[in-house]
Design a protein around this ligand. Structure first.
Ligand SMILES: [Fe+2]
Length: 189
């Protein structure tokens, strides 16, 4: 692993060990993510930059054997978006290239504890430029859709999660339902 990556992972592991609260963890990790994004040229391999024509690509950079964190490079071609989704853990996102758009949703029916009768209201939009960092904490979970407008260039973003991020809930806003799905990724050599 590249030294700036292993230093980042080591620092994140010690923050996780020292701080119990997700909000404290993301607060401390956000500036580290900003510094890591600025150095991405040094450690992003061709594997990490893979894109897919059909949907945004998730390329694994590091998945901790402990299962307590995972880091991915996401590659977004113009017009590629996630569904509306949650995360089930804290996370910190840093932008390497392009502009990533986040459209937020809020629960209008309190804590979401079942897969139906969910009322989501649309919230604000954030445009993240290279060097920008965004973060979220669960319970209540942060719900959003993320992507790149058709008129923009491709985007590469780094996503650190407080677990092995291989599932999330996707929401049908109109129907007021959600379901848990597997989220695939590419391994990196
Ligand atoms: Fe997300």
């Amino acid at each position: 692993m590249h030294p700036s990556l292993s230093e980042f992972v080591t620092k994140c592991e010690s923050i996780i060990a020292a701080k119990e609260k997700a909000a404290d963890r993301v607060t401390m990790i956000a500036p580290l993510m900003q510094a890591l994004s600025a150095q991405a040229d040094q450690f992003l391999s061709d594997d990490h930059k893979r894109s897919e024509e059909q949907h945004y690509a998730r390329n694994a950079i590091h998945i901790a054997p402990s299962g307590n964190l995972s880091l991915f490079a996401l590659v977004w071609l113009p017009g590629q978006w996630t569904p509306v989704h949650d995360h089930g853990c804290w996370g910190v996102v840093g932008i390497v290239k392009g502009v990533l758009e986040e459209r937020s949703y809020m629960s209008a029916s309190g804590d979401i504890t079942a897969d139906s009768n969910i009322r989501l209201k649309r919230g604000g939009v954030i445009l993240l430029n290279p060097g920008s960092v965004s973060s979220f904490v669960p319970n209540p979970d942060h719900i959003h859709m993320t992507g790149v407008a058709k008129v923009r260039e491709a985007c590469i973003s780094l996503h650190l999660y407080g677990r092995n991020m291989n599932t999330f809930h996707i929401y049908d806003v109109e129907a007021g339902t959600r379901r848990l799905i597997d989220v695939p990724h590419h391994e990196s050599r």
